[in-house]
Design a protein around this ligand. Sequence first.
Ligand SMILES: Nc1ncnc2c1ncn2[C@@H]1O[C@H](COP(=O)(O)OP(=O)(O)OP(=O)(O)O)[C@@H](O)[C@H]1O
Length: 250
Amino acid sequence: MSDLVLETKGLTKEFRGFVAVKDVNLKVRRGSIHALIGPNGAGKTTVFNLLTKFLQPTAGTVRFNEHDISQAKPADIARMGVVRSFQISAVFPHLTVLENVRVALQARSPKVFHFWRSIRELDHLDAKAAQLVEDVGLGPFLHTTAVELSYGRKRALEIATTLALDPELMLLDEPTQGMGHEDVGRIIELIRRIRKGRTILMVEHNMSVVSGLSDTITVLQRGQILAEGPYETVSKNPAVIEAYMGTEHG
Ligand SMILES: Nc1ncnc2c1ncn2[C@@H]1O[C@H](COP(=O)(O)OP(=O)(O)OP(=O)(O)O)[C@@H](O)[C@H]1O
């Protein structure tokens, strides 16, 4: 199997003449934590949307495990193992933590339609669901309804429901956005725990999160790759420093 789990070539997206993403050649190594960073408007979200097929590229290709997924539909690629955290972040507020994860696990099972099934029939999923809840550090909140969780713990629950789909490549969209210091620490720990056996690609603004977790960082600026490499090199790159100067993330 190739060392690369995801590779884009010449990925380009134009919005009525405005080039938001231009000729991006991204290589994501299997098993790595890869961060996509850049100033506001650099094109990070657009790249994520292109990878998860919410947007179709104007030009270029996306390959996942050497399969061309450029023309695939969002549901197809989710089934192939590329899952974005917010895609299923519809956490049901009045279900408990355990019930939320169980519903996500149920959605993964091959039988297509089960909403009419009785809750009791889903009990066999409890053990697996409880394990996932434990994995994201929500063990003590198993029977707490989602609405009662702190913001950071809600994000952890979201991640548990994403993990229920057993993604090979997990795309995390600003996993620590809007979080206080304590929750940020918990999410860093959580990402470390769940990386085992999978690849993580994340958009993240918090540089302590990026530096603490990432094996590789790709810096985007005006839709193009400005720099790439480990934090130590990228953070010393004069072009990167300049790109961040005077921005709120500087
Ligand atoms: N649907 C759209 N139509 C027109 N322009 C768009 C569209 N989506 C994004 N853009 C433009 O493309 C550029 C890149 O936007 P994008 O949201 O990908 O940046 P970003 O790096 O994610 O920024 P941020 O850090 O602020 O979220 C921006 O100039 C934005 O205005």
